[in-house]
Design a protein around this ligand. Sequence first.
Ligand SMILES: NC(=O)C1=CN([C@@H]2O[C@H](COP(=O)(O)OP(=O)(O)OC[C@H]3O[C@@H](n4cnc5c(N)ncnc54)[C@H](O)[C@@H]3O)[C@@H](O)[C@H]2O)C=CC1
Ligand SMILES: O=C(O)[C@H]1O[C@H](OP(=O)(O)OP(=O)(O)OC[C@H]2O[C@@H](n3ccc(=O)[nH]c3=O)[C@H](O)[C@@H]2O)[C@H](O)[C@@H](O)[C@@H]1O
Length: 471
Amino acid sequence: MSVICVIGTGYVGLVTGTCLADLGNTVTCVDIVQEKIDRLKQGILPIYEPGLEEMVERNVQADRLHFTTNYQEGLKDSEFIFIAVNTPTGNTQGGADMRFVESAARSIAENLDHYAIVINKSTVPVGSGDVVSRVIQNNLKSPQASFSVVSNPEFLREGAALLDFQNPDRIVLGSTEPEAAHKVARLYLQLRAPFVITDLYTAEMIKYASNAFLATKISFINEIAQICERLGADVKQVAVGMGYDKRIGHAFLDAGLGYGGSCFPKDVRALAHMADEAGLHPQMLRAVMDINHDQRRLVVSKLTNMLGSLRGTTIGILGLAFKPNTDDMREAPAVDIIHWVTSQGASVRVYDPIATETGREALRHENVNMDAVTFCKNPYEVAEQADALVVVTEWNEFKALNMQKISAVMERPVLIDGRNIYDPAEMKRYGFYYRGMGRATNPAPSVLSSEDTTSLDEEEAIQETLIGRES
Ligand SMILES: NC(=O)C1=CN([C@@H]2O[C@H](COP(=O)(O)OP(=O)(O)OC[C@H]3O[C@@H](n4cnc5c(N)ncnc54)[C@H](O)[C@@H]3O)[C@@H](O)[C@H]2O)C=CC1
Ligand SMILES: O=C(O)[C@H]1O[C@H](OP(=O)(O)OP(=O)(O)OC[C@H]2O[C@@H](n3ccc(=O)[nH]c3=O)[C@H](O)[C@@H]2O)[C@H](O)[C@@H](O)[C@@H]1O
């Protein structure tokens, strides 16, 4: 078993440190934020992740997992040092901000007094392994200190982080020193995953290419969704039909409000920026980002299409987090949607099972008019007197609601299902004017014969009038 230091106690740092401790290693997690470390020592986690709290507690009690703000303490006797700090978008062109990685590398150099392998788990631009090497080399203090650098990108998903860490599809290790990469591989042997061992640059690129490909799949299906909606097809069934082809697969074909979160948006931007800087023209990545942005706007146009002006209306919002099973609000579609509808004079009633505090903070941070936002205790309260209800996050709780009850308490039973979680026919039976994302409710007159147009049912006809309040 090994002695390990993990720098950063965000999602990746905390999950990596805790899972490595759970595999029997001795792990110390270092963070520069004193309050975070104080709270972690009391068993209070900075993030919501199913199962993580129990795992942290178990490993702290077994004396395998420790927290500190002191690099010297964290690095003591460590054979492996994981860098897992944030790499947010850093400039207006979308490039990654490397300040946190560089600062961590400097602190490692200043406190290292023996040989250790420095492993970069943060998602970093191609070539960053060299930067880390250079920063450490230029700042070493102890003559006994030496190091190797290995890139080991992380592929876990928030909300399923423990499962993903413990059952990885592959483990990517890149280094100019294959012996160092092999030593890191030994840490993961128990996980029985395939290893891909490459040079540093290639490992760094595998991470960006993987995230960009998944984001591309999402934007692809969202573009297909828009076409489906216009032509009268149902994108959910289209995705099922496509997914059975093993070359395509079912995963990441859920059309909806597009991707958010701490990684896809920033990583697609950063990859496009790398390509720009290299004199290339990343057309596909640009299209992926454009389509993703449009999906959020579609909600507002669906609302105005059905309600007319939003001024004075009340819009219910189900879900704030960028996806279920997390309280993470980074680049969450809910923030943009709430911002846009409140700017047009609507007030909103919102509910999320977990992301209440993080949601409030994110809305404030984006200068949303908080007087127009009411936080509710449950979805039924959200629906009361609402002119429309928008599903933004597909929490299981929302799939199990009594929709008849919801429809009955609304001022106007307009339902925008931003994640396609409900059955359109069922919702219609409950009295909703239902709109999904890419689900045959708005056929284009241009492709319908006049005969077809007259056969549009009541719900579709509503598209052309506007849904009025019941007096
Ligand atoms: N969130 C996710 O699901 C995934 C994230 N990643 C990548 O992992 C990296 C970390 O992401 P998150 O964990 O989400 O970030 P985060 O923002 O949740 O956490 C980063 C942590 O690093 C700490 N930190 C910053 N500078 C430091 C320093 N010099 N010394 C010690 N601690 C420092 C911060 O205080 C914070 O606690 C990013 O590059 C991200 O792209 C990769 C896979 C999944
Ligand atoms: O680099 C990262 O940080 C991580 O980014 C994603 O993980 P995460 O952002 O936690 O969540 P995902 O489940 O991938 O969802 C990302 C976004 O795409 C959206 N999405 C996902 C799938 C889909 O079919 N449709 C869709 O709109 C989700 O709603 C969410 O907003 C990747 O899945 C991880 O492999 C990667 O490690």
